[in-house]
Design a protein around this ligand. Structure first.
Ligand code: SER
Length: 581
């Protein structure tokens, strides 16, 4: 039976049992306590409490879900980051007897799956919640032998809440051929932020059955990746890799991540360095990394994304209508990461020649080239090298302290990350300041700076609007310096000597409120906080600035520099926004 048919059959089954079929919500939930939609019950959360369900008491759905909690497991036969969850729900309507009987009927009567190879789990009870004897009795009444019913604790048979608080309760699960297929949750409690349980006024049912796992059992496959929900994606991959056990896991990870990325983008998420966008960026980059290991062609993500789109475009309209955009976003991210990876891998090769990876080196890869620690660990493993993870944490902490010295903190929980993109923009800011001083005059001083992964913003002292000609000249001077492929050098110096030698420090009133890549900037009382020994970054004889970094190694890494805006930013202060392409 096809997965399409399974979806339909499930919803029809519950429609016949007087459930209203409710369409899925976006992967971006309205519930602010969670980052993504991770369960079918997400959209129904309020209806377990006091709010009345506009759909009636009993509903069913096929909900797209995205979960990073199992990311380490992806690659085995059944774990995924993106999945479709079939579910039936009741808010104060039916309870255990109906939920369990219908689950039994659907699995063993409708789909005729083998009872012989099935086991059932129920909650064994603990100090707060009693044993679920009722579910045991109901299964037995349906004809399930008591030897097939297993009692488990909190970790396995208690579900929820999603986010920090909400409805939750004991569960009973159906496992077929060792795979957890269906989870029936009996919402009887409300868990608050302090993890205290209070009985709910009305009891509720929330069931969830992963379509991919169900398809795996129904289609008699040994993994979800062989079902029709993955077949063509894996097939495309195998064109390049063949199928050896060694690349099986990597291929599965790639297939899963590409699918998740397609769905996240179709719901409006774009790669970035914060929150949802960061998660998207990470899974895309993880997929690209695995693609490199398997020697896949440069544009492989696009080829696979096209397969994903083919599978789902007639099921999810947002996939169909955003086809172009999805492919463009993936292509751009692939190109962007290609450049970062190239530079970062070169660095890694140098570092790994010395043997085991020190914490400081791992941090450098993270800080400058955006290599997540897990990536460096994976690379090191392939070469049988160890990583000093403790040293990495120490380097991270030390950096954090240095950053705090200037009030601003890069990692201070503000949600901004230092990546290769921000590092490049940081170096570009130095070139920009030097170019402005050459073209407009030495009165130009930095008054503020802010960098995001997309652009730099630079405020500087200057009394009139720049002419178009001046803007052009500044832009080409920066681009000329990029082309010259100049080395960015770092020197430790005594503060006074640095100033004397012409190194630029901050303007008097740098009012930037936040600047992630400028740990020593963005603070008007900064001057008093300069340490005695400072770091100076030099770009040959063109630029010399006191700065904590990080910076890239050579200006040619920057690509093309483009000024996109010049405007006023207060009396006697101009503001430039620029990007790198
Ligand atoms: N909320 C439960 C789960 O996600 C059942 O739907 O597993």
């Amino acid at each position: 039976m096809t997965s399409r048919k399974l979806r339909e059959q499930f919803l029809k089954f519950f429609e016949k049992k007087r459930h209203k079929i409710v369409p899925p919500i976006s992967l971006i939930p309205t519930d602010p306590s969670v980052l993504f939609t991770t369960a079918g019950m997400q959209q129904f959360k309020p209806y377990y409490l006091v709010e009345k369900s506009p759909y009636g008491q009993n509903v069913c759905s096929c909900q797209k879900c995205f979960r990073t909690s199992d990311i380490e497991e992806v690659g085995d036969e059944s774990h995924l980051t993106f999945l479709e969850m079939l579910g039936n729900f009741s808010f104060g309507g039916y309870f255990k007897k109906e939920a369990i009987s219908w689950a039994y009927e659907f699995i063993f009567k409708e789909l005729k799956l083998p009872l012989k190879e099935t086991i059932f789990t129920v909650f064994e009870g603990d100090k707060d919640v009693p044993e679920d004897e009722e579910s045991v009795e109901i299964w037995k009444e349906l004809g399930v032998h008591k030897n097939k019913i297993k009692k488990c604790g909190r970790a396995d048979n208690f579900w929820g809440p999603t986010g920090q608080e909400g409805p939750c309760g004991p569960t009973t699960e159906i496992h077929i051929k060792g795979i957890e297929v269906w989870n029936l949750v009996f919402n009887e409690y409300y868990q608050d932020k302090n993890k205290q349980l209070t009985p709910l006024v009305q009891k509720g049912v929330d069931t969830g059955m992963g379509l991919e796992r169900l398809a795996m059992i129904v289609q008699n496959k040994s993994s979800v990746f062989e079902t029709d929900l993955f077949e063509s994606i894996i097939g495309e991959l195998q064109k390049y890799t063949g199928r050896t056990p060694a690349n099986l896991k990597g291929g599965r990870i790639i297939a899963d991540h590409v699918k998740s990325a397609v769905f996240l983008i179709s719901d409006g998420i774009l790669p970035s360095n914060v929150e949802k966008g960061y998660v998207l960026r990470r899974i895309l980059r993880r997929a690209i990394r695995y693609g490199k290991l398997l020697n896949l062609p440069a544009n492989f993500l696009i080829l696979l994304a096209q397969k994903v789109i083919e599978i789902y475009k007639n099921v999810y309209p947002e996939i169909k209508s955003k086809e172009e955009e999805i492919l463009t976003v993936i292509q751009q991210e692939e190109e962007k990461f290609e450049r970062t990876l190239h530079e970062g891998l070169k660095q890694f090769e140098n570092i790994s020649k010395k043997g085991n990876i020190s914490g400081v080196d791992a941090f450098h890869l993270y800080d400058t080239y955006g290599f997540p620690l897990e990536l460096t660990i994976e690379l090191a493993k392939e070469r049988n090298l160890n990583i000093d993870q403790k040293g990495f944490e120490e380097a991270f902490k030390k950096h954090q302290e240095i950053s705090r010295a200037g009030v601003e903190s890069k990692f201070g929980g503000v949600g901004k990350e230092v990546t290769y993109e921000t590092t490049k923009l940081h170096t570009a800011t130095h070139l920009l300041q030097a170019a402005l001083r050459k073209i407009l005059g030495e009165h130009v001083k930095q008054m503020g700076s802010d960098i995001t992964s997309q652009r730099l913003r630079f405020d500087f002292s200057h009394h009139q609007k720049m002419t178009e000609n001046e803007i052009k000249k500044v832009q080409s001077l920066v681009n000329q310096k990029i082309k010259e492929d100049l080395e960015v050098k770092k020197e430790e110096m005594n503060y006074k000597a640095a100033i004397k030698s012409g190194a630029l420090a901050l303007g008097k009133e740098d009012k930037s409120s936040f600047s992630p890549s400028f740990p020593f900037r963005g603070n008007s009382v900064f001057k008093e906080k300069y340490p005695e020994i400072v770091t100076v970054f030099l770009i040959e004889d063109f630029s010399k600035e006191i700065c904590a970094g990080p910076h890239i190694k050579r200006t040619s890494e920057l690509g093309l520099f483009k000024i996109i805006k010049e405007e006023s930013s207060g009396a006697g202060v101009r503001r430039i926004q620029a990007i790198l392409e």
